[in-house]
Design a protein around this ligand. Structure first.
Ligand SMILES: Cc1cc2nc3c(=O)[nH]c(=O)nc-3n(C[C@H](O)[C@H](O)[C@H](O)COP(=O)(O)O)c2cc1C
Ligand code: SF4
Ligand code: SF4
Length: 438
């Protein structure tokens, strides 16, 4: 069995599954429940000058039958006093000395940062996470993403923190920025010990077409919120990979954004996350989901003969590159398995209207297909004209039957050549420009 324990920037925990700062990490009571359920660490709901919240606060994007594919909130940081929060952190640390408890902080001045860092340390917190990412409410007061969106300001404030912090400092990054690596580099330059990402993405989930109000509605009015949940995972993965691949960042990463199960978590780890944090999935399903995460990651690591999270961490980073370094001479085409095809023609329509018009609908007899006993005969079956197929993947993505359409490599007989190499060859006269696709 693999060893799931982690040492993240000097913070030790029994496993890499941590509760992200948010409603599930608001109180000692919830933290006890989280650790009893199996979570290895928790980032306390952001502590600062206590705020006043509005009602209501949440809205969601449902797609088809799936609830909360995306989740939006206009909630601010903790509405409880710092005294109560620090006292509860101390209580939790006494009961759970081996679990990671991180104090998330958002402060208004250098003096307040210093004071809150000292109070976090006095309470026994294992680390501090700096919340520069809250996209609503706090930034209008010059905090949260107002700081995170300006790397130089974030660097300065992180510098204030590093002047006094004796425990590891994690800078939480906002995704509401053009280049996430600029923010990550600023954290590195300031001497932070780690980064975590992503916080929520600016969002409005809907407009009611009768009342013209958006949700969450506060007496008919709404506000720009923060988006999270399964829908944001691709955005978070993109940013985590970018930071992990940047030679000027090179620091421990805690991955956050749309993680709901062990696979999501393992993907973030493969992109360089040493720990992962979860908020929306806990709000949706409860702390119990960590059971499957632990079991799933354990089995996966065993199957891959990896001994620890470190063995997985970063394994996929180098497999993402810039477009100009991809091989222009690699070619694949779509191939349909007529034994499993149900004749729905979704691939045909997608290719015809949305791609390259290279699927023909043919009579099964003309292809000599015997659809076998018990199979519902269909009038037409799709057949890909491989010479015209550009291998875009669209038909495989719309096909409702698992692995019915597969992408198959077809040899081009040409050695690999990237766009960079192609341009160099054309410039030197070694090669003529390729003719445009017909
Ligand atoms: C209702 C709600 C409140 C949140 N409050 C905080 C907060 O106080 N501090 C913070 O750093 N992040 C906060 N977050 C952001 C989460 O920690 C996390 O970065 C984000 O939700 C993405 O993860 P997820 O997709 O697992 O939810 C909050 C998220 C939600 C949904
Ligand atoms: S891979 Fe793209 S171009 Fe080829 S058949 Fe499918 S949809 Fe058409
Ligand atoms: S989408 Fe899939 S199942 Fe439907 S016709 Fe195409 S190959 Fe067959």
């Amino acid at each position: 069995m693999a060893d799931l324990s982690v040492n993240f920037a000097g913070i030790r925990a029994p496993n890499p599954f941590w509760v992200a700062s948010g409603p599930p990490s608001n109180t000692a009571y919830q933290t006890h429940r989280a650790f009893e359920a199996g979570w290895g660490g928790l980032i306390w709901k952001t502590i600062g000058t206590p705020i006043v919240n509005v009602s209501s606060r949440y809205s969601a994007l449902d797609i088809g039958g799936q609830r909360m594919v995306g989740f939006n909130n206009i909630e601010l940081i903790s509405d409880r006093s710092p005294e109560v929060n620090f006292q509860e952190i101390a209580e939790v640390k006494k009961r759970w000395p081996n679990h990671a408890v991180i104090a998330s902080l958002m402060c208004e001045s250098r003096e307040q940062w210093h004071e809150f860092i000292r109070r976090s340390e006095d309470a026994g917190a294992d680390g501090i996470e700096l919340n520069y990412g809250c996209p609503h409410g706090m930034c209008e007061r010059g905090m949260g993403s107002a700081v995170g969106q300006q790397p130089l300001v974030a660097e300065r404030i992180t510098g204030w923190v590093m002047e006094v912090a004796k425990i590891p400092v994690i800078v939480k990054l906002t995704p509401n920025i053009t280049d996430i690596t600029a923010a990550a580099r600023a954290a590195k330059r300031a001497g932070a010990n780690a980064i975590s990402l992503i916080n929520t993405i600016n969002s409005i989930t809907n407009v009611n077409l009768d009342t013209f109000a958006s949700e969450p509605s506060v007496r008919g009015m709404s506000s720009h919120g923060g988006y999270c949940g399964p829908a944001v995972k691709p955005i978070a993965l993109n940013m985590v990979q970018s930071c992990a691949a940047d030679p000027e960042v090179r620091m421990p990463i805690s991955g956050i954004g749309g993680i709901s199960n062990w696979r999501d978590a393992a993907e973030f780890m493969a992109f360089g996350a040493g720990t992962v944090q979860v908020c929306t999935a806990i709000m949706h399903h409860g702390f119990r989901i960590v059971d499957d995460m632990i079991e799933g990651l354990n089995s996966y690591l065993d199957e891959k003969k990896m001994c620890s999270v470190d063995d997985l961490c970063g394994r996929a980073v180098a497999n993402v590159t810039t477009w100009e370094k991809l091989d222009l001479n690699f070619r694949q085409v779509a191939r349909v398995n007529h034994d499993t095809c149900i004749g729905c023609n979704l691939c045909y329509i997608a290719c015809e209207d949305g791609a390259h018009q290279c699927i023909d609908l043919l009579n099964p007899d003309s292809l000599g297909l015997d659809l076998g006993p018990g199979r519902v005969p269909h009038k037409h079956v799709p057949k890909v004209r491989e010479d015209d197929c550009v291998g875009c993947n669209l038909c495989t993505l719309v096909c409702p039957v698992d692995r019915c359409i597969t992408m198959v490599e077809v040899p081009t007989g040409k050695p690999p050549m990237t766009w960079v190499e192609y341009q160099a060859k054309v410039a030197s006269g070694e090669m003529k420009p390729l003719p445009p696709h017909h």
